[in-house]
Ligand binder design. Structure first.
Ligand SMILES: NC(=O)c1ccc[n+]([C@@H]2O[C@H](COP(=O)([O-])OP(=O)(O)OC[C@H]3O[C@@H](n4cnc5c(N)ncnc54)[C@H](O)[C@@H]3O)[C@@H](O)[C@H]2O)c1
Length: 312
């Protein structure tokens, strides 16, 4: 293996392109591969656009330098040559992950880490039969990963601690915020938390307790303001003079009542889901979705730049 740090980005759709920008920005040499030639051909230009957008917010020093470290491989074997880390971003289907990981395990050097971006497929479902299964794990990013740094690491029962620690160090070194899910669970942690909130939002709007727009205000102008720099435990530590034990003594009786009546899966069925859709006063036109996505990315970049300044 050469002294350069090499990563292979396998699948360069939305998520793969973001990983390419992140690794290249951090000084790694990045090899791109994708089974769809037009997607692969378009990837460098789109990655450059993202790097320049990051640069405008002070989040990437040298987009041209980063681009000089990115190259298109002639295939999977070529992409894996000398790679110490593989970030897999293929389709979210277990049969695709099984086929891809079999190829990755066959072609990669034995100590190369094989990491999947999968949102919801635990690693034990696509790595069990592999010779090198101890070096396989999930590194689940949040969209868009170049602006939201969290990565959830989760191994299968046979993933080595060494592989998880090494992946954690690498993600930290490239500017992401890795967290470890200690054992496999459906949805990992981020989507379980998001799912708890979403189910309650569907119930409250579907049953007419609040308008959809006011519910969004409750998060973005209420809970979410604190959540951009405090987690739920840090939040409750400050919500009672004696910290978390005091908070538990004062408020868990009330939260027990709420937990006993929490929203169930029926909130996503008709008629509740129809009422939620009807409650949203906008049509999802491509113009609206495109415009709001750009605005989201600009505002996220400004927020990340602000948070970065506070930490440094
Ligand atoms: N989009 C999100 O919000 C999000 C967030 C977190 C994680 N993820 C996960 O990231 C992964 C990729 O998602 P995406 O949104 O980038 O999807 P995408 O459809 O944009 O990209 C998938 C890419 O994989 C390519 N591909 C298919 N088969 C391949 C193969 N055998 N070898 C190489 N490339 C192949 C496709 O051509 C495509 O370019 C999924 O597992 C998804 O669950 C997505």
């Amino acid at each position: 293996m050469s002294n350069k740090r090499n990563v292979a980005i396998v699948g360069v759709g939305l998520i793969g392109r973001a990983w390419a920008a992140i690794f290249a920005r951090a000084g790694w040499s990045v090899r791109l591969t994708d089974s769809h030639a037009p997607t692969l051909g378009a990837a460098p230009g789109l990655i450059y656009d993202e790097l320049r957008a990051l640069n405008r917010h002070g989040l990437a020093d040298d987009p041209e330098g980063a681009m000089s470290r990115i190259s298109v491989a002639s295939g999977l074997a070529d992409a894996l040559k000398d790679a110490e880390f593989v970030q897999e971003n293929g389709p979210e289907k277990v049969e695709d992950k099984i086929a891809l990981f079999a190829e990755l395990d066959r072609l990669a050097a034995p100590d190369t880490l094989l990491v999947s971006s999968t949102s919801a497929i635990v690693a034990s479902r696509f790595t069990e039969s592999l010779t090198g299964r101890a070096r396989c794990l999930v590194g689940h990013p949040v969209n868009p990963p170049h602006l939201v740094p969290l990565v959830e690491l989760c191994g299968a029962p046979w993933t080595s601690q060494e592989a998880i620690s090494r992946a954690r160090r690498i993600y930290h070194a490239i500017g992401q915020v890795p967290v470890t899910v200690n054992k496999e669970i459906n949805g990992f942690v981020l989507n379980r938390l998001q799912g708890a909130l979403l189910a309650e939002a569907f119930r409250l709007v579907g049953e007419g307790y609040m308008s959809a727009e006011d519910l969004d205000h409750t998060v973005k102008d209420g809970l979410g303001l604190r959540w951009s720099f405090l987690g739920p435990f840090e939040t409750i530590e400050l919500n009672a003079p004696g910290g978390i034990p005091d908070y538990c003594a004062r408020y868990t009786g009330f939260y027990k009542e709420l937990a006993a009546e929490s929203a169930g899966p029926e909130v996503y069925n008709s008629p509740n889901v129809d009422r939620v859709i009807a409650a949203w006063p906008h049509q999802p036109t491509p113009k609206r979705i495109g415009g709001l996505t750009s605005q989201r990315n600009e505002r996220l970049a400004a927020l990340v730049a602000h948070k970065t300044k506070q930490i440094n």
